[in-house]
Write a protein that binds this ligand. Structure first.
Ligand code: R5P
Length: 294
């Protein structure tokens, strides 16, 4: 039993207004505390941005180049990521549970690269996402794809489950092979995902990206896409951030880089410090050469 608290000399700081700060992420102010807390494990509250390391490619294409050994190639990069996006198989088998940042769990799956990719279903129960203590759940949405409605329904079911448990839903706009990756398409896909309840959206960078970001009321991050030369990838990330993206969800341009550790640190400069692409590339070269001479 605590002792009786009957002191008269309490200090209620009556001259200090009670804070009523809006949450730092666009479109997220009306979310519940737990969900905001999880978002703060993805987006850095200081910069308001994120460097998500995406390594979930194996869920439809097997041991992707650079991901042959996640323990060897990826675990050393974890200290430089704000968040890790992966499957539950890799999480349980290979990622140290001491990883203290947000995990974004791949929740959809089904077809391999040998089949129609849009024919995905939800592949993980919400209970397992809760058990794994994830910050967000990722689901592919194939707007314009053969199984468009099914993939949108996958997302809306996750949104419902996520809101019930305070877990964010990341809608990943997947662009079919024959579709044009232009701003008109990205605006449609991102806005649909936001309207249907996604907590945040991942899409691809394109010309006029500022119109894609402006018309999406929730945070938007860009995928890296296929491997580019490092300077080019840093330029793309810089342009996306300056046009309104709140981060990157980058995979191949990091883990397929000639020096992944140097590349992820250079990407951080662009995302969190608004570094210019040329200077970020110089930073990449410096880190790369330091490693060589060590
Ligand atoms: C692809 O479907 C996965 O969701 C990847 O996480 C995503 O494409 C980001 O990886 P990358 O930067 O290699 O495109």
């Amino acid at each position: 039993m605590p002792e009786k608290d009957d002191k008269d000399a309490k200090n209620f700081h009556v001259d200090v207004p009670t804070p009523n700060e809006p949450f730092f992420l666009r479109g997220s102010n009306s979310l519940d505390w737990g969900l905001k807390n999880r978002l703060a494990k993805i987006f850095n509250p200081q910069s308001g941005r994120t460097v998500m390391l995406a390594i979930d490619h194996g869920y439809f294409q097997g041991p992707t180049t650079g991901l042959e050994r996640v323990d060897v190639n990826i675990v050393p990069l974890l200290p430089y990521s704000d968040t890790l996006m992966c499957t539950r198989g890799i999480l349980r088998s290979t990622i140290p549970p001491s990883y203290g940042k947000g995990v974004v769990l791949r929740m959809s799956g089904g077809p391999s690269i040998l089949k129609e990719l849009s024919n995905e279903r939800l592949a993980v129960d919400i209970e397992d996402a809760v058990r794994l203590n994830v910050a967000a759940m990722a689901v592919q949405v194939f707007v314009g794809g053969e199984y468009e409605t099914q993939s949108v329904h996958n997302m809306t079911r996750l949104v419902d489950a996520g809101l019930k448990h305070g877990i964010a839903t990341l809608a990943v706009t997947a662009v079919g092979r024959d579709m044009v990756r232009d701003a008109k398409y990205m605006r449609l896909a991102c806005r649909m995902c936001a309207e249907l309840g996604a907590t945040y959206v991942k899409t691809y960078y394109c010309d006029d990206f500022d119109t894609v970001a402006a018309s999406c009321p929730v945070p938007i991050v860009i995928a890296g896409g296929k491997k580019l030369e490092e300077r080019e990838a840093l330029t793309m990330a810089h342009n996306a951030i300056q046009a309104g993206a709140l981060g990157v969800d980058m995979g191949r341009n990091i883990f397929q880089s000639e020096n992944p550790q140097a590349m992820i640190q250079a990407v951080r400069k662009v995302v969190h410090e608004n570094e210019q692409p040329d200077r970020a590339y110089d930073y990449f070269l410096t880190l790369k050469n330091e490693k060589k001479s060590a």
